[in-house]
Ligand binder design. Structure first.
Ligand code: MG
Length: 259
């Protein structure tokens, strides 16, 4: 079911988003060679709880941690591990979410660990940029699948693979609500966007093939060819004009020139 939020609910989702943005900034600061993916999760949960929030990922469908931490060819849903050390040259995606007074926010970032290959840094940058290209068409009266078309139109020039097995989603009281928000061109334009809908838009982009596999742990999604993958996600609010990006700080919004 697609839900339209009241002004009061939007305000709570704004608060949730700002907290999540701050959590991500603090986690970005700790990324360095020699830490484990479990270290990232431990810090993530501590931060989320320090803001008075509940980590939404923890125990979601049985997921054992507060953050999905995915390294290199892991696309999403990496399970944090005390034996998984990150090394110079790796890339690490942190995907996490908070619940604030019953309202959710969901966001992901991919980070470089030390010095990485230029083509992998470009993958990270282009993936982030594709999010901002996608949300340019996310306005009331527009259609949800136009977002994915805008993402694909931007990404196609680089020859990357766009993951199709996983998509963005509506969000509100629940982490995953309707509608689905694909990151690729669909045969139809999807439902009409309305003011005060809230969506998690999250391009997952591979340096090689778009195809992915599920690991034996039941969670971790990896690229089929072993090439690296980047992910960038924010929770956005549909308005009559440009969407508001709820899970960025005011400084980040200025940097990326969004509301
Ligand atoms: Mg999401």
């Amino acid at each position: 079911m697609v839900t339209i939020k009241s002004e009061r609910e939007v305000e709570l989702m704004r608060e949730a988003g700002l907290i999540l943005a701050k959590v991500h900034l603090e986690l970005a600061d700790m990324i360095k060679p020699g830490i484990t993916t479990m270290d990232i999760d431990t810090k993530c949960e501590k931060l989320i709880r320090s803001f008075g929030c509940i980590p939404s990922f923890k125990n979601y469908d049985g997921f054992p941690a507060s953050a999905c931490v995915s390294v290199n060819d892991e696309v999403v849903h990496g399970i944090p591990s005390a034996s998984r050390y990150i090394e110079e040259g790796d890339i690490v995606t942190i995907d996490t979410g908070v619940i604030w007074k019953g309202w959710q926010s969901d966001a992901a970032r991919t980070h470089a660990v030390g010095k990485i290959e230029p083509e992998i840094q470009e993958l990270i940058d282009h993936t982030r940029e594709s999010f901002f290209e996608g949300i340019k068409v996310a306005t009331a009266g527009g259609r949800v699948n136009d977002i994915g078309k805008a993402i694909e139109d931007y990404i196609s020039q680089f020859g990357y693979g766009i993951v199709e097995d996983l998509v963005g989603h509506g969000i509100g009281k629940n982490m995953h609500e309707d509608p689905e928000v694909p990151n690729y061109t669909c045969r139809n334009r999807g439902i009409k966007l309305q003011k005060n809908m809230t969506l998690a838009v999250e391009p997952m982009i591979n340096l090689g093939t778009w195809m992915v596999n599920w690991s034996d742990d039941g969670w971790t999604v990896v690229t089929a060819d072993g090439a690296p993958s980047a992910h960038y996600e924010n929770t956005i609010l549909i308005t009559d004009g440009a969407p508001e990006v709820l899970s960025l700080t005011p400084e980040e919004k200025k940097l990326y020139n969004v509301r």
